[in-house]
Design a protein around this ligand. Structure first.
Ligand SMILES: [Zn+2]
Length: 126
């Protein structure tokens, strides 16, 4: 995995892209970087990272188990960033549907920075 292309779509190898964030070696520097790393965390099934990068104001709505089962039960295909501002990222995440067709999750997510770290707060779905 380390030397394969990162699932977030950056074109970089995982080792030089989202892995340092997943391993808490360094925090994602921007909301977009955090969003990409969270998408990659779904692909590599890192539920701890998904839970820990959810903002405390909305963390009560999620569980590590929920993130893990979501990650295990979804085949993510591709991430496309539609729009990114300082604390908002709109994206389309493509995944394999039940009938093996490509389906899309279209979300506009809100992020918040606290103590030097970005967190996912919530999102609006289209
Ligand atoms: Zn990445």
């Amino acid at each position: 995995m380390n030397r394969t292309i990162c699932p977030c779509g950056s074109g970089l190898v995982y080792l030089n892209c989202c892995q340092p964030y997943h391993q808490n070696a360094q925090p994602a520097p921007t909301a977009e970087a955090l969003m990409r790393s969270r998408y990659a965390a779904f692909v590599v099934q890192d539920a701890d990272y998904l839970y820990e990068t959810t903002h405390k104001s909305t963390r009560k709505n999620v569980t590590k188990e929920g993130y893990l089962s979501s990650a295990q039960n979804t085949t993510w295909l591709k991430l496309e960033i539609i729009f990114a501002a300082v604390d908002v990222v709109e994206f389309k995440a493509y995944y394999l549907g039940r009938s093996l067709d490509t389906e899309v999750l279209h979300e506009r997510s809100n992020f918040k920075k606290e103590e030097g770290k970005w967190f996912y707060v919530d999102g609006k779905f289209y």
